[in-house]
Ligand binder design. Structure first.
Ligand code: ADP
Ligand code: MG
Length: 570
């Protein structure tokens, strides 16, 4: 746990030590400033009271000048150190976390938890900024104030320091008592914020669903609920801060006035306490009392920030992965399934049972079957999104379970019904912002059947948010071009054309069927004779079992399950 967190904390300080040490120096000089102001006041008051040896008017002016210079110095140092340190620290921290996030494997990325990631990069990051990065310098100043003021008080009068300390016990107790509570409240606010972000994200993601079902009312109520819960949690925290503040100032005033009273008593009993010393004790007492209240609070904030870092580190942790043997660059024989069975976690009925099949390299295959027959599950196993299957899945004779995921992704391209498009140019959506030789891009565009669109709109045409600027068929073609450009040797297509009109669907499928040299497996529930005839093989799934397989003619002649599927569809 701690080790993981340290990797993230290291990001704050990477290449940032200079600014950090300068900020530390600033924090310590701030204490110096506090003490010098106290001392200046003492000298001036003693001067006014005519205490022998105290400075005259010129000396007082000197003190004022010294204080002004020091203030300017501390602030100038702060200006040049803290903001820069925090900027670089936060930048590096978020970039590191985001890199970890993008490096997560598909299998371990939890789509449901994406609200947690959103919170981590927004609200939590802010808490870390104030609680940890700024907090550490405040903490340092407070600690230095406490020690410095105590030492200075001892130098002035040990007796009075002793009496003052007796009064400090009160505020210290109060802050210890309340600090824990505030920490709990802070954690509750973070939780509520997570729920709130999740609600907001769902509402935005499901906007069209909400509109078409006219569910604005219930969604508003949902939003109001989590919004209220979050604001209530924040209100509770604010109240606790005020309550703590009240108790703390009461205790603080009592301690200060107590010190004053004790000082007056010592002065009357002739212990050499001048008015200036009395004043400096009041001042210094504040620097001893405040840290007693503030340090536990700041430590709690620091710990809360560390908790948030831990939370993010946990979410981004990748289960130990074996590197795996790389799959060959080019698929020569093909893919083979030997008696593959698979059940989803917690399900008793297998989604796939005893599947054996062969997909020759460069061939084109169709997988058909009713809804829920296991077609998508089959493609999922071929892309190693689940590895807890029994039996064997062999790419050129190499078992997928022991293969490296990266080499599989190099080999295989998956095209699904939902195409994700960035709000960027068609070109960037095809290349996914990587560099390719122009002739390769052009070839991919041609093969995917995108040439007419590009001719009309140009490669710089923006696809719009979620690809709104393109039709469904064009989006699918962009997805195909992407996979082709990536030089995928295997193209797995899961109902990619299901949402398209029959004519467009047929054209897109034809483009796929015409791709020579690429092993293609098309999951489809559209039983189009001309297209199916062009496939080298058809697999008909039924309730997770391979009911039949063969060419179109073979299956039609067999008059079995595929035959009945096909005739019903016509
Ligand atoms: P198809 O793509 O042929 O419609 P699927 O492969 O998606 O079918 O689903 C096969 C079976 O597995 C179905 O009974 C479905 O309910 C079940 N299933 C699919 N995905 C999951 C999942 N993530 N968890 C549990 N069961 C699932
Ligand atoms: Mg499916």
């Amino acid at each position: 746990m701690k080790k993981k967190r340290n990797e993230y904390i290291a990001q704050f300080y990477r290449g940032n030590r200079g600014a950090f040490f300068l900020a530390v120096l600033t924090a310590l000089l701030a204490t110096g400033l506090h003490l010098i102001i106290a001392r200046a006041l003492q000298q001036m008051i003693d001067g006014i009271s005519g205490v022998p040896g105290a400075p005259g008017l010129a000396g007082m002016a000197g003190w004022i000048g010294a204080v002004l210079v020091l203030i300017l110095l501390v602030k100038a140092l702060e200006y040049h150190s803290q903001p820069r340190f925090i900027q670089k620290a936060m930048q590096q921290y978020k970039e590191y976390a985001f890199r970890k996030l993008t490096e997560k494997s598909l299998a371990s990325f939890d789509e449901e938890a994406s609200a947690r990631y959103l919170a981590a990069f927004s609200h939590d990051a802010e808490t870390i900024e104030t609680g940890y990065l700024e907090g550490q310098f405040h903490l340092l100043t407070s600690a230095a104030d406490f020690i410095g003021a105590l030492v200075m008080m001892l130098l002035y009068s040990p007796a009075m320091t002793g009496i003052s300390c007796a009064f400090f016990i009160l505020p210290a107790g109060v802050s210890l008592l309340m600090g824990k509570r505030i920490q709990q409240s802070e954690r509750r606010v973070s939780q509520k914020n997570e729920t709130f972000t999740a609600t907001l994200k769902d509402s935005l993601g499901g906007f069209s669903v909400m509109k078409s079902f006219r569910a604005e009312g219930p969604i508003q109520a949902l939003f109001a609920g989590s919004n209220r819960a979050m604001e209530q949690a924040k209100c509770r925290k604010r109240r606790q801060v005020i309550a703590l503040g009240t108790l703390a100032s009461l205790a603080g005033v009592l301690a200060q006035l107590g010190t004053f009273w004790a000082g007056a008593w010592l002065a009357f009993s002739g212990a050499g306490i001048t008015p200036g010393v009395l004043i400096i004790f009041i001042n210094l007492a504040a620097y001893v009392i405040e840290p007693l209240q503030v340090i536990p609070e700041r430590l709690a904030a620091l710990r809360a920030a560390e908790g948030l870092i831990d939370k993010l580190a946990d979410a981004l942790e990748e289960p130990e992965r074996q590197p795996g043997a790389p799959l060959p660059d080019t698929l020569r024989q093909g893919i083979e399934l030997r008696n593959v069975s698979f059940a989803y976690k917690g399900e008793t009925r297998p989604a796939l049972a005893g599947i054996s099949a062969r997909f020759a390299a460069g061939g084109c295959y169709a997988v058909v079957g009713g809804s829920g027959s296991g077609k998508s599950t089959l493609l999922g196993l071929l892309t190693a999104s689940r590895r807890d299957y029994s039996g064997e899945i062999l790419y050129d004779g190499q078992e997928l379970k022991t293969a490296s995921i990266e080499s599989l992704y190099d080999l295989v391209g998956l095209i699904q019904q939902d195409v994700f498009l960035f709000d960027a140019s068609i070109r960037d959506n095809i290349t996914l912002f990587r560099d390719f030789p122009p002739e390769q891009v052009e070839q991919a565009i041609r093969q995917a059947g995108l040439a007419p669109l590009i001719a009309a709109r140009g490669t710089a045409y923006r696809c719009g948010e979620n690809g709104r600027g393109l039709s469904g068929g064009e989006q699918q073609r962009v997805a195909i071009a992407r996979s082709l450009l990536k030089r995928s040797q295997v193209l797995l297509v899961d109902e990619a054309t299901a949402a398209l009109d029959p004519a467009t669907a047929r054209q897109v499928t034809l483009s796929i069927l015409e791709l020579a040299g690429i092993t293609r497996i098309l999951v489809t529930h559209r039983l189009d004779e001309t297209l199916l005839r062009r496939c080298d093989g058809i697999l008909a799934l039924k309730d997770g079992r391979l009911a039949e397989s063969g060419t179109f003619d073979q299956l039609m002649n067999a008059k079995g399950y595929f035959y009945s599927l096909f005739t019903v569809a016509q």
